[in-house]
Design a protein around this ligand. Structure first.
Ligand code: MF3
Ligand code: CO
Ligand code: CO
Length: 247
């Protein structure tokens, strides 16, 4: 959506605050031995306390409140009996709906003692997201975001998973436009003031493609490399940096 009233902005801010609070609470619970289902229940509890609902359930009938993906699981992992182990990396992707407004954010969290290569990959995704946010100005071509993301990811020796993208968001979870994590030369439409989008680098150590796991939801990196994913929902502005709703 594009914001055109103070009510829209206030509604999106409330949804964004629920997502941020959920991620804060989830991070506190990440440790070796916890199951992904237990983490999902933590998220469900925060949603319930705020009167928010799960975007994935509402929109796609997803079998979990949030998506939880571990190691080579890139996106859309289903919460379940899997126990996190020391050295894993877990991606917590949270989409909340509150009063008809949606916000979406993801963090990648090392479990226990991080492997150095995993810490570097998580940092690369984090900084690439920051670069993408800095490039998202009204008037700039849409592909300036992906160009900035991709350059940072490559500079740090990692690869973008090309099929996985950011998106418009607002009164539904996935809206136009698609926000690529690489420079699509044809994607030059100018960004517009008030546009609400996610930026979400999904990166790996070598792989550029994903493949379905067979459970109907989870996408794995094609050759089993680990992946990282960082995401925020933000409002594009002309004379100011984007307003990040999920920080
Ligand atoms: N949070 C995901 C995104 O960033 C959407 C998950 S919807 C699901 O776009 F149904 F696949 F879980
Ligand atoms: Co998400
Ligand atoms: Co998203």
């Amino acid at each position: 959506m594009s914001i055109d009233s103070p009510a829209d902005l206030a509604g999106l801010k409330r949804a964004g605050a629920v997502v941020a609070a959920t991620l804060r609470e989830l991070r506190r619970h990440v440790r070796p031995g916890i199951t992904t289902r237990e983490l999902d229940l933590v998220a469900a509890d925060v949603f319930a306390r705020h009167g928010a609902r799960s975007g994935p359930i509402l929109t796609y009938d997803f079998p979990g409140t949030i998506c939880i993906s571990v190691n080579d699981e890139a996106v859309h992992g289903i919460p379940g009996p899997r126990r996190l182990r020391d050295g894993d990396v877990v991606k917590l992707d949270v989409t909340a709906e509150l009063d008809g407004y949606y916000a979406d954010a993801c963090v990648s969290v090392p479990v226990g003692k991080p492997r150095p290569a995993t810490a570097r990959m998580v940092a690369a995704a984090q900084v690439a997201l920051r670069r993408g946010i800095d490039a998202a100005r009204a008037g700039a071509p849409r592909n300036a975001i992906g160009a900035a993301v991709e350059a940072e990811v490559q500079r740090r020796g990692f690869t973008v998973l090309h099929e996985l993208t950011g998106h418009g968001i607002g009164t539904s979870l996935h809206e136009a436009p698609t926000i690529f994590n690489y420079r699509d030369p044809t994607d030059t439409e100018p960004l517009t003031e008030g546009l609400v989008i996610t930026i979400e680098p999904m990166i790996a150590a070598g792989d550029t493609e994903v493949r379905p796991s067979g459970d109907g939801w989870t996408q794995l990196t094609e050759r089993g490399s680990r992946s990282a994913h960082m995401e925020h929902t933000l409002v594009v502005r002309r004379d100011a940096p984007p307003l990040v709703l999920t920080a």
